[in-house]
Design a protein around this ligand. Sequence first.
Ligand code: NIG
Ligand code: FE
Length: 414
Amino acid sequence: MNRLLIKNISQIATPLGNKALHGSAMDNIKIYKDAAIYCENDIIRKVGLTHEVLASVGSCSDINIIDAAGKCAIPGFTDPHTHFLFGGTRADEFISRLEGVPYMELLKRGGGIVNTMQKTRNMSCTELYEAGKNTLHNMIKQGFTTIEGKSGYGLDLTTEINMLKAMKKLQADLPISLKSTFLGAHAVPPEYKNNSDGFIDFTIEKVLPIVAKEKLADFCDIFCEKNVFTIEQSEKLLLAAQKLGLKSKIHADEIVSTGGGGLAAKINATSADHLLAVSSSDINKLAASTTIAVLLPLTAFCMRKDFAPARKMIDKGCSIALASDFNPGSCYSYSSSLILALAVINMHMTINEALTAITLNAAAAVDEAAVSGSIEAGKKADILIMDKSDYRFLVYHTGINIIKHVIKAGQLLF
Ligand code: NIG
Ligand code: FE
């Protein structure tokens, strides 16, 4: 058995529980001082004051010990919304956007998602795997121990399946938990220009059954947005996917309010993501549902858009998670420290709410809250040790990565 003891931790800060926290409960963080965490194999067995944990562990010789004096421990982060697998990059578009060309205009001109689609279609499964591996290693250094990844740059049968297969292999080979999402309806490909209904039917009839049969994805997602896919098309695809066992996620109300947030609540989606333009009535619907609102501050920042109304949503009782949205277009970043800084400084979340949103609630947004997202006996030993003794430095030391050690499933990754 692999035993790990982290002792003399100046402070542990963690949300508690096995499911997403809503509204004011997001602010409840448990703080331990001079504490210890004892893990057996990949599971946390004991959390408490150092002397209590030491007494219960006794004196075994085969135990790995980390002395965390002067340091703070928090749960491993989850990133529940990324597009980390893709070909090429789009720096030119980033510059054009900053010069005033709207994101949707670039997509209409055949750039945007379709530009990346072309480069991704030219990659083999192995090339996708290698590119993804490199990104995931860098994301681990940012503290992410559970990561969601989407397909959506193939928009055809072969490449969509290749992307999901590359993720399966990454899941097997890398020391992280990887959840995969089928985003076959990310944009209308050139083959179906002016025929988005035909493309949705193709996705439902030809691609989805293979994704489900080969168990290639946990979730199905769609870009529900004006001039991309409608509410009706989104509902049709997501319900077809639910019938085949895939849970729902929606890119909702990112640019224009089309009611994606409300649809997510209506069909019991696991999450509704983006929500920069979410309406007040959809906020109420989300608050009354179990759907988690996944907010993506880096995307709003990189797109020079107003941030999602996090404060209002929490005050109304929504459950908020934070994610990077890492992709080659709207947000080429997965900086955990910047996500937290924007959430607290610009979106007016408290540091406690932001910590809950990037740990327990983020885990819930990929259906993992029962096994990870908090430092508690019985949960997976996914733990970050920080170079500071106070978790508030996560935001106070603005934009700086203060993560010293990443422990995933009881293994010290670095
Ligand atoms: O979540 N909005 C749609 N999809 C991505 C961007 C993808 C891209 O531009 O390549 C997003 O922001
Ligand atoms: Fe996205």
